[in-house]
Design a protein around this ligand. Structure first.
Ligand code: CA
Length: 231
């Protein structure tokens, strides 16, 4: 039920930013690294669900790192999609058994990339249906941007949708207003903290129609939590 995290390893900044943007549009959490050394540091404290790995990297190349990860005990099950430039190494990849789970050739469309990622996540058993987020009888469809509660379609604005989506994928934890602003609105947007309260109230109103408002809890002095447990 949690959101998926993808580690993007790409030395060309413009391409890396493009990949990050595309992945975020499709609701993936993204970590980024410019080379294998940086990527390895990230792996020391976070385990992503998938690595999108450029083939041509300075020092340690993508194929070399793939071989290392796939022969290590800790990371052999971590899915890897190798990214190559057109014509570059495509035949070589096909011919070699690198152990990568798939590869994509630049230039590729965002749609192609996303469907490859979903296919790899599905094959690795990580997802059954990436488009749906469920919490009890609340079902949120991230492609259709619609929500149903107890089988009835709910009318919801884009902001409340994002807020609900965040809560459903991060249940039982308390978030303060600053954290919610960062996670739901993004750091680059300047919004006053009390705006969060406004949207929380609106979301609670929607939930109240289905007697689910007690799941969106105020934790006094801290912030908000989405939970079916009372405390
Ligand atoms: Ca490169």
């Amino acid at each position: 039920m949690s959101q998926f995290t993808i580690l993007v390893v790409e030395d060309e900044e413009a391409i890396r930013s493009m990949l990050v943007m595309v992945l975020q549009q499709y609701d993936f959490n993204v970590l980024e690294a410019g080379d294998v050394a940086q990527a390895q540091l990230i792996l020391e404290d976070t385990l992503p669900d998938l690595i999108l790995l450029d083939w041509m990297l300075p020092k340690v190349t993508g194929d070399e790192w793939t071989r290392r990860l796939k022969s290590s005990d800790n990371f052999r099950d971590l899915p890897i999609i190798l990214v190559t430039a057109k014509g570059e190494e495509t035949d070589k990849i096909r011919g070699l058994d690198l152990g990568a789970d798939d590869y994509v050739t630049k230039p590729f469309s965002p749609k192609e990339l996303i469907s490859r990622i979903k296919a790899v996540l599905r094959r690795s058993g990580k997802i059954h249906d990436l488009t749906q987020i469920k919490f009890q009888d609340i079902v949120l469809d991230t492609t259709q941007h619609c929500v149903s509660i107890a089988n009835s379609e709910v009318e919801i604005s884009p902001t409340e949708f994002r807020l609900l989506s965040f809560f459903l994928t991060h249940p039982d934890k308390v978030y303060n207003r600053t954290q919610l602003l960062d996670q739901v609105w993004g750091r680059s947007v300047y919004i006053e903290e009390r705006t969060v309260d406004v949207h929380i109230r609106r979301l609670r109103k929607i939930l109240a129609k289905y007697q689910r408002e007690e799941w969106l809890q105020t934790v006094r002095g801290f912030g908000y939590r989405f939970s079916e447990k009372n405390s």
